[in-house]
Design a binder for this molecule. Structure first.
Ligand code: CA
Length: 271
């Protein structure tokens, strides 16, 4: 039996090895299955950038178990594409990569407007002390030294995500093109002219914006804003009707709300 088969066939919480080290010099990779999935209505996405396939597999498994969505790549160049396209909530970035190395990836991500706010946790080897410092100076949020335990990395991920959310809360005035939204005063303006929105319209706009470009389904919007959990035809149409009036009120900025056919909506940040 392959080692991976062995791991996957076990029930959660019955794994022999707990909090074992990953990426140790022996090259052994174990799964820490002591984490149970958390119930999040919207999964946070983690981008894994690492060329050691065993580590990617292990991280993918453990993160999914924790309720995260994952995307992964073995190379730096693709990492830049995925970060821009998929806007993950956090990036786990190995420093030693073929082609563009991790530091270069970090530097580019932090320079670009679209990706600058995505938190980065670096994976470093003990011998890369200087790189670690450079990485932090370039704007990485934290680092984990190999070998590491999945438990440790997940704890770091949660802490970094929590910090990012707190930072988001402080950013109460959002500006995109001619659109300005003051979250604390519940005020919206376009070209400096105040726009009157109903409470539901404001919630809808805020929810779309906070999704940072991710597509939100009609069902998700219904559940979050109206609290309908069983979406029927007439209820999903409620979302469409509100989107329509919201677009009308947003005037020149209306096209920031993009329809994703047969699914839902997303908010466009780019100009
Ligand atoms: Ca590597």
């Amino acid at each position: 039996m392959l080692f991976w088969d062995f791991c996957f066939r076990r029930e959660p919480r019955t794994l022999v090895q707990q909090d074992t080290l990953v990426g140790s010099p022996r090259g052994s990779t174990f799964i820490d299955a002591t984490f149970l999935p958390t119930n999040t209505s919207m999964k946070e996405t983690i981008l894994i950038v690492e060329d050691e396939k065993d580590i990617v597999k292990m991280l993918d498994y453990n993160l999914k178990k924790e309720g995260f969505k994952t995307i992964s790549t073995y190379d730096g160049e693709e990492a830049l594409d995925l970060a821009t396209k998929d806007r993950p909530d956090l990036i786990i970035l190995d420093l030693m990569l073929p082609g563009i190395d991790g530091l270069e990836v970090c530097k580019t991500l932090k320079k670009e407007n679209k990706t600058a706010s995505i938190p980065i946790i670096m994976l470093t080897a003990k011998s890369q002390e200087t790189d670690k410092i450079v990485g932090l100076e370039l704007g990485a949020d934290d680092y984990v030294t190999k070998p590491f335990s999945p438990r440790e990395l997940i704890a770091r991920i949660k802490a970094v995500l929590r910090r990012a959310k707190d930072k988001d809360k402080l950013q109460e005035i959002l500006k995109m093109g001619d659109l300005v939204i003051d979250l604390s005063k519940i005020m919206v303006s376009v070209k400096n002219k105040p726009i009157e929105l109903t409470a539901k319209e404001f919630e809808l706009l805020k929810t779309l914006i906070k999704a940072k470009g991710r597509v939100l389904s009609r069902d998700y919007l219904l559940d979050t804003i109206w609290g309908f959990d069983n979406a029927v035809e007439i209820q999903t149409r409620t979302v469409d009707v509100h989107i329509r009036t919201l677009r009308r009120k947003l005037k020149s900025e209306a096209e920031r709300i993009i329809t994703v056919k047969n699914y839902g909506y997303r908010f466009k940040y780019e100009d």
